[in-house]
Design a protein around this ligand. Structure first.
Ligand SMILES: NC(=O)c1ccc[n+]([C@@H]2O[C@H](COP(=O)([O-])OP(=O)(O)OC[C@H]3O[C@@H](n4cnc5c(N)ncnc54)[C@H](OP(=O)(O)O)[C@@H]3O)[C@@H](O)[C@H]2O)c1
Length: 340
């Protein structure tokens, strides 16, 4: 029997500005064979996430870039099809960073074994029960600290992180206002996720914020940056918290470009006057050591029908570059995953 070939998506160029399809190449290679201690995995789902734009750049960051000609980095859920590790057998479902490819052979110690649960799809381990959900849970626990009765505003509210942030804040008894792009996403955020309101950032956002939060904002969950941040920031209340999760609207800018936007720099005066707490974080700092606490709480809400989620599933690994380019333009609706 001839061995199946591997399909891989490689980084071909480092983009300047928005990535283009030609920055990636899709190649067929020989499928790997597991060495002693390794597990051969057939990838089922690949997660596409905004941080991958950073990995395409050689600029200094918290993590090393993908080198030119290397397989693009990404987390996958896969199925074990051969094992030379005592802890894994054929048919096991596993999670970790196997990259944008169809097969990989990985040392068993690097894998998380997933308990199959017919009630929840495996792709959920890349979204609501995976890195984006954990990000939401950790950032709220450590930085946002929402208290019952407070007002929480969440940008990119229909997306992978935002949808979980808002629903956890609702569980904590807060008033939750989402911000999203377009009426369809806003309707989903209120009707399916149960936020109190959702504002369309394509409209007059400052006026919508004044109408929805006349009392001001206690917690702002920052996913977007740019004009959305400029509208929310002046409306933070005394002792407000700003959870700096990401600023996707600025990911295609050259490093340092934002610093020169205003000659005097961004106006951070209110941070002192209002005693604000603004903190950035990266989920991988301490998040995974708390994964089991997160999973048991969120999974219980999911099974009890108290937490909803939406995925945007694109079929075919060869479509990953186009889907990723769309993510940076707001074309995804829900957690973006590739079904391989
Ligand atoms: N700190 C961490 O550890 C960590 C971990 C995971 C994710 N993140 C960050 O969290 C944020 C959300 O990630 P996600 O995975 O949940 O992505 P996502 O929300 O599922 O998808 C990205 C969304 O961002 C919005 N967007 C894209 N370009 C925009 C622009 N130019 N202006 C305004 N909105 C734009 C779009 O939503 P609309 O159409 O609604 O505008 C788009 O659907 C990102 O900034 C990401 O880098 C950080």
């Amino acid at each position: 029997m001839t061995r199946e070939t591997n399909l891989q998506v490689l980084l071909r160029n480092r983009p300047e500005g928005a990535p283009q399809p030609g920055d990636f190449s899709v190649v067929e290679t020989v499928r790997p064979e597991p060495a002693e201690g390794e597990v051969l995995i057939r990838h089922l789902f690949l997660s596409l996430d905004p941080y991958m734009r950073g990995r395409m750049s050689a600029a200094k960051s918290y993590s090393a870039p993908v080198e030119l000609g290397e397989v693009m980095e990404g987390k996958c859920v896969g199925e074990v099809i051969a094992s030379r590790h005592p802890d894994f057998t054929v048919g096991d479902k596993v999670l970790n960073g196997f990259g944008w490819q169809r097969f990989s052979s990985i040392r068993g110690e690097k894998l998380i074994k997933l308990e199959e649960d017919g009630a929840l799809p495996l792709s959920a381990y890349l979204g609501v029960l995976g890195m984006p959900g954990l990000t939401a849970w950790v950032g709220l626990e450590d930085i946002g600290k929402p208290k019952a009765g407070e007002t929480v505003v969440v940008s990119a509210a229909s997306g992978a992180v935002g949808q979980v942030v808002g629903q956890i804040a609702k569980q904590r008894g807060c008033k939750v206002i989402g911000i999203a792009g377009g009426p369809e996403k806003c309707r989903f955020v209120t009707e399916q996720l149960g936020f109190d309101a959702c504002l369309d950032h394509r409209g007059d956002l400052p006026a919508q914020l004044d109408a929805a939060c006349p009392e001001g904002i206690d917690v702002y969950w920052e996913n977007v940056g740019g004009a959305v941040q400029a509208a929310v920031f002046p409306r933070l209340r005394d002792f407000g918290r700003m959870v700096m999760c990401g600023m996707i609207a600025q990911y295609n800018e050259a490093p340092g470009a934002d610093a020169s936007a205003a000659p005097s720099g961004p106006n951070l005066g209110p941070v002192v006057r209002k005693r604000l707490h603004i903190q950035g974080f990266i989920v991988s700092d301490s998040g995974w050591s708390r994964y089991e606490n997160f999973r048991s709480e969120v999974q219980a809400w999911m099974k009890a029908g108290k937490l909803n989620w939406r995925e945007d599933v694109v079929t075919g690994l060869e479509n990953a570059p186009t889907a990723f380019i769309g993510l940076l333009q707001g074309k995804n609706f829900g957690k973006l995953v590739i079904k391989i």
